[in-house]
Every structure is written in structure tokens, then in C-alpha cells.
Design a protein around this ligand. Structure first.
Ligand SMILES: [Zn+2]
Length: 92
């Protein structure tokens, strides 16, 4: 009786695709001409939210909003403040 040997080794499959990068902003947050990213706030820095003028405490997940094509208009926003600001600007 012939011994059966394994035809194929257990090969690892292709890496699982990650549909969204971790920094992707929620869909509602995006705006024309703007790049919006989510940040975890783990850098330990304190930012000033232009929406409410309050500090964004370290460790607070929030949004970074940039004018497309540059980091010049880069601002850190509380997520709810940006939501309000978008509405104020008529972006959503
Ligand atoms: Zn705010």
C-alpha cells in the first residue's frame, strides 16, 4: 500500500486585505478640498480645537483636518466640533 504524502505544504494564504487604514476618517467627516484623518491622540500632545477653543486632551481620539495639498491649514478638531463646523460651512 503506497504511502500518501502531502501534495502541498500548508502555505499561508495571501495576507488579509485591510479595507480601511486606521487613520481613515468616518465617511461623514470628509469634505471637498479637505483631507480628514482620525488620530488616536496617543502622541501625548495637547491641541486647541478651533471649534470650541477648548483643549483636546492627550489620549482623546479626534480629527485632523487639512486643506488638500498641504499641511498649512492643518487643524485638530474634536470630532463633534468638526461635525458642527461642517454643518456651519454647509459642507454636509
Ligand atoms: Zn472642540
Amino acid at each position: 500500500m503506497p504511502r500518501r504524502h502531502r501534495a502541498a505544504r500548508d502555505r499561508p494564504g495571501p495576507p488579509a486585505p485591510s479595507p480601511r487604514p486606521r487613520t481613515a476618517a468616518p465617511v461623514w467627516a470628509s469634505a471637498d478640498g479637505m483631507t480628514v484623518r482620525t488620530v488616536s491622540g496617543e502622541t501625548g500632545k495637547v491641541y486647541r480645537c478651533p471649534g470650541c477653543q477648548q483643549e483636546i486632551k492627550p489620549g482623546t481620539p479626534h480629527l485632523v483636518v487639512m486643506t488638500e495639498g498641504g499641511v498649512e491649514g492643518r487643524r485638530h478638531w474634536h470630532t463633534p466640533c468638526w461635525r458642527q463646523e461642517r454643518r456651519r460651512r454647509g459642507l454636509g
